[in-house]
Design a protein around this ligand. Structure first.
Ligand code: HEM
Length: 149
């Protein structure tokens, strides 16, 4: 029995599963689980953030900004923030982004450098392009609160 792609989409959405219904990609739900799960959960997020914070501390473009930072605490907060933001079972217990970065005179170029360092870590841990894009879409809007010069 052949079923139209639209019906196949409905069938898939209702999780009924009908033989002969080859659901095309376009009819599937855009995502089947939270970004948190697709990133690999707490273990994967912690590994990426560990590496990322290592990049920040050695990146000539921005390392001076982290010279007096409490890096273990920053790591904890970043993990919480990414976990919570991606739909994971965490609560972000840190400062809001404006308060956290007040008086740091962070520039757009420095923000871009940090994103670059994060992408390096995401690539290293083989996070697929789609998930990277979703994560950056969560962090991107924070630019207006982080950049102050
Ligand atoms: C999307 C971009 C960014 C995110 C998501 C982010 C996230 C955070 C978080 C969660 C904290 C901890 C706040 C707290 O302690 O309660 C923090 C602190 C900090 N951030 Fe950012 N940040 C971003 C961009 C930047 C940039 C571009 C710089 C500098 C180039 C920077 C430098 C710092 C420093 C120095 C601290 C203080 C660390 C400490 O001593 O506790 N951040 N950030």
């Amino acid at each position: 029995m052949r079923i139209s792609p639209v019906l196949c989409g409905l069938v898939a959405a209702a999780a009924l599963g009908v033989a002969g219904c080859a659901t095309p990609e376009s009819a599937k739900p855009a995502t089947s689980s939270s970004l948190y799960d697709r990133l690999g959960g707490m273990q994967a997020i912690t590994a990426v953030v560990d590496d990322f914070v290592g990049n920040l501390a050695t990146d000539e473009r921005i390392k001076a900004k982290f010279a007096n930072a409490n890096m273990p605490r920053l790591k904890t907060r970043l993990v919480e923030q990414i976990c919570a933001g991606s739909g994971g079972p965490c609560t972000y217990a840190g400062l809001d982004m404006k308060t956290a970065h007040a008086g740091m005179a962070i520039t757009n170029d420095e923000f871009d450098a940090l994103v670059d360092d994060l992408v390096k870590s995401l690539d290293k841990f083989k996070v697929p392009a789609g998930e990277q894009k979703e994560l950056l879409a969560i962090l991107g809007p924070m630019r207006k609160d982080v950049v102050s010069r």
